[in-house]
Every structure is written in structure tokens, then in C-alpha cells.
Design a protein around this ligand. Structure first.
Ligand code: G3P
Length: 217
């Protein structure tokens, strides 16, 4: 499973990239707002840090303007994935931009039928939002499973990009289901390394290293 980080914070992106854990980045208008940066400038900087896909979202709601914005975003770098909302206009823009050779991430997906439409429009990525479904008493992971089954039934190549991930268990469950990519906030990605028994075991080893005077260098 590929790991994307869901942030426009360049310091956080650099830190995870330096750890060797990043396959790409996703942003959205709320994350751009949080960064306090100009969308073109910050997206360009992110593309210089990460070689994998970097999702940048359009602001328009009609297909013609989404296509124009998508073309401008795609010019920033060869690794841009233009993010469009899952609306009929978004699907039209997806088809056009995909036909032009641009990666497209169709976002705000909350149903299996929406994911089916995105695949038919040739999307590179479909972004089902797990956390926001869970927040509303649906099961976000059921959606990931349904999309996996449908895409496998027909051999669709659109990658399932599990988004709105809130917990480390979301990551594990998405990996078990077979999501192609997950995008999560930096804190969730770093928390994947945590285990109380790792900390306890390391403390014991460090005590023995000290008391026995074990040295390698
Ligand atoms: O970028 C899309 C998605 O990951 C948003 O997550 O936490 O705002 O629901 P969240």
C-alpha cells in the first residue's frame, strides 16, 4: 500500500519524506488555508520535495473552469494529480484531463456508485472519505471493501486512495482490504510506529547496554 500524507505543511512533508515513508501528498482547500500559503507556490514547493503524485484541488465547480484550473495546476510539475469533486462536472473534467495525460484524483467520494463513475471517467485515483462516513454513523471501511470488490470485478485500474483517515486502525484495515493508497495526517503516519512493548523492550535493552558497558563504535 502506498503512503500519501494529507497536509500542505512543507516541514511535515520534508520530515516524512526524509524518513523514506512517503509515496505522495494530498492537499485540499482546507489544508491550503491552514498552511496560510498561496496554492501555486506551496504546491510547487511540495512537488520539489516529493517525486510521487501530489494532489492539488480545483476551486471551480463547472467543468470548463475545472479543466482550465486543472491545466494550470498540471503545468506546475509532472507529478501533479488534479483533484476534482465527485460531481457530474467533476467527472467531465476528469475525463478531459485524463485524456490529456494528466493524473486525476476524484475526491469527496461517499458511495460505491460514485466510485464506479470515477473509474468509468478514467480517474487515476478515487478518494473515498472514511472518517467523515464514520462521523455520520456509516462504516467507511465497508465503502473501501465495496469499491475494492467492484473494481476487481471489472479490472478497473483506478487506484483506491483511502482518505479522511483518522486512526492507525483505519490504516491497518485499509491494508487488509487492499486499498492501493492511503492518505493520512502526519501524526497518524508517525503513530504507526508506536507500541508500548517496543518502548518497554528498548528501555530494558538500554539498561543492559549501560550496565554491561556494551559498545559497537
Ligand atoms: O484530503 C481529503 C481528506 O483526507 C480529508 O480528511 O479529516 O478532513 O475528513 P478529513
Amino acid at each position: 500500500m502506498k503512503f500519501f500524507v494529507d497536509t500542505a505543511d512543507v516541514d511535515a512533508i520534508r520530515e516524512l519524506n526524509d524518513l523514506g515513508l512517503l509515496d505522495g501528498v494530498t492537499t485540499n482547500p482546507s489544508l491550503i488555508k491552514k498552511s496560510g500559503r498561496n496554492i501555486i507556490e506551496v504546491t510547487k514547493e511540495i512537488c520539489e520535495i516529493v517525486s510521487g503524485p501530489v494532489s492539488a484541488e480545483v476551486t471551480a465547480t463547472d467543468a470548463a473552469d475545472m479543466i482550465a484550473e486543472g491545466r494550470k495546476l498540471a503545468k506546475i510539475s509532472g507529478n501533479i494529480a488534479v483533484k476534482v469533486p465527485l460531481t457530474l462536472d467533476g467527472l467531465k473534467a476528469c475525463k478531459t484531463l485524463t485524456d490529456e495525460g494528466t493524473m486525476v484524483n476524484v475526491t469527496l467520494c461517499f458511495s460505491a456508485n460514485q466510485a464506479l463513475l470515477a473509474a468509468k471517467a478514467g480517474a487515476t485515483f478515487i478518494s473515498p472519505f472514511i472518517g467523515r462516513l464514520d462521523d455520520n454513523s456509516y462504516d467507511g471501511l465497508d465503502l473501501i471493501q465495496d469499491i475494492r470488490t467492484i473494481y476487481d470485478n471489472y479490472g478497473f485500474e483506478t487506484q483506491i486512495l483511502a482518505a479522511s483517515i483518522r486512526t492507525v486502525n483505519h490504516v491497518k484495515d485499509c491494508a487488509l482490504i487492499g486499498a492501493d493508497v492511503m492518505t493520512a495526517p502526519p501524526a497518524v503516519i508517525k503513530a504507526l510506529a508506536n507500541h508500548v512493548l517496543t518502548d518497554k523492550g528498548l528501555d530494558a535493552f538500554l539498561e543492559d547496554i549501560k550496565s554491561a558497558g556494551i559498545k559497537i563504535l
